[in-house]
Design a protein around this ligand. Structure first.
Ligand SMILES: C[S@@+](CC[C@H](N)C(=O)[O-])C[C@H]1O[C@@H](n2cnc3c(N)ncnc32)[C@H](O)[C@@H]1O
Length: 342
């Protein structure tokens, strides 16, 4: 279907999507689509877009039922505007955040979501990600009781227990991007591997020599081992333990993935010391949008003072985290480092 839309660089896509959604200007009956380095976001009221440049493009329509559980919910009309417009789906489990005012209606909301999305077996309420294993505290509000599910992305199948391990379904395209960058014969270290989605996607679609997937959550490593078998991939070495302690015992890598956005910066030095010159670090961080350039710049300068020369090749905003913060992905190349720690 043809619609007016805005064309946004991919790196700014998530915050633009959120802003349009909050202003009820995103046409949620149509699927956002990519065009090279840009995303096309369909809008439902071109006149309300003010000065923004608009263009016409063709879009695929969404299954209306999938977007409209809100029509089935019975909550007081003054609370209807607080119903979430987005939620994560891991396999057949939806994970939704609710504001306090909606808590008395949570079962009703969960049931409506399952009624609208027939593929959902369970709806879980997200009470926040906690602890060093980054596990989500959840309460099942409809369906259940099992919290184990099988999530599919890019033809891969990941067994996930959403109550025991971290898994972010919104990183599928990022994982695809990284796997498409991996060159033949590379040694890859996935420092915070979880149930193995980065490692296994690389093993499946790239020609790395070896991929070391480290995680300190025993449940995650057990599931990573199962996922290696489920996806019939070779070359992934699952390791249980603290990446800080284990990384030094591994061969120097050509590429290191650091998907621990709250504290990856604490591990950047030790990761750099186990990277080959011209090797790449895929670094993920959560930061105030206004402060991100300074944050990455300061990290790079601090390491330069220790003889570690990293160059920022690419910085992308992956998703919004709060009204002022976002999750970023930074690709850093190692120009030079000392032979041993200083
Ligand atoms: C944000 S999750 C990322 C999981 C995975 N990369 C993904 O995309 O699903 C971070 C993971 O790092 C693990 N972790 C946290 N601190 C760690 C450490 N010091 N060493 C190894 N793993 C750690 C947690 O258990 C968690 O599974």
């Amino acid at each position: 279907m043809r619609s007016w839309c805005v064309k946004i660089p991919r790196g700014e896509g998530e915050s633009a999507r959120k802003k349009l959604l909050e202003a009820s200007l995103l046409d949620i009956s149509l699927k956002i689509r990519g065009e090279g380095e840009y995303l096309l976001l369909p809008v439902n009221d071109p006149e309300a877009m003010g000065e923004m440049d608009l263009m016409l493009a063709d879009f695929e329509e969404r299954d209306v039922l999938e977007t409209d559980y809100r029509r089935l919910v019975k909550v007081p009309s003054d609370l209807a505007g607080l119903l979430p417009t987005s939620y994560d789906v891991v396999g057949d489990i939806a994970i939704v955040r609710l504001v306090d005012e909606l808590l008395p209606f949570r079962r009703n909301i969960g049931d409506a979501m399952r009624e609208a999305l027939s593929r959902l077996r369970t709806v879980a309420m997200d009470k926040g990600v906690q602890g060093e294993f980054r596990v989500r505290e959840i309460e099942i509000i409809s369906g259940g009781p099992s919290t184990i599910t099988m999530h599919t992305e890019f033809g891969l199948h990941f067994k996930v227990d959403v109550s025991k391990v971290y898994f972010n379904p919104r990183l599928a395209s990022e994982r695809w991007r990284i796997s498409s960058l991996v060159g033949r014969g590379e040694t890859v270290i996935d420092m915070f591997a979880g149930v193995g989605p980065f490692s296994i996607m690389i093993a499946k679609y790239a020609s790395a020599r070896e991929i070391h997937g480290i995680d300190m959550n025993p449940e995650a490593v057990a599931l990573m081992k199962e996922n290696i078998v489920i996806n019939k991939v070779k070359g992934v070495n699952p390791l249980l333990g603290d990446a800080r302690e284990l990384i030094g015992s591994l061969p120097p890598a050509d590429r290191i993935i650091m998907n621990l956005p709250h504290s990856a910066h604490e591990f950047l030095e030790i990761a750099s010391m186990n990277l080959n010159p011209m090797g790449i670090i895929h670094f993920y961080t959560i930061c105030e949008r206004e402060a991100i350039d300074g944050f990455v710049g300061d990290l790079v300068s601090e390491l330069k003072g220790k003889g570690i020369d990293l160059d920022l090749m690419r910085l992308e905003e992956l998703k919004t985290y709060s009204p002022t913060m976002s999750v970023y992905s930074a690709d850093l190349v190692l120009i030079h480092r000392p032979c041993s720690p200083v």
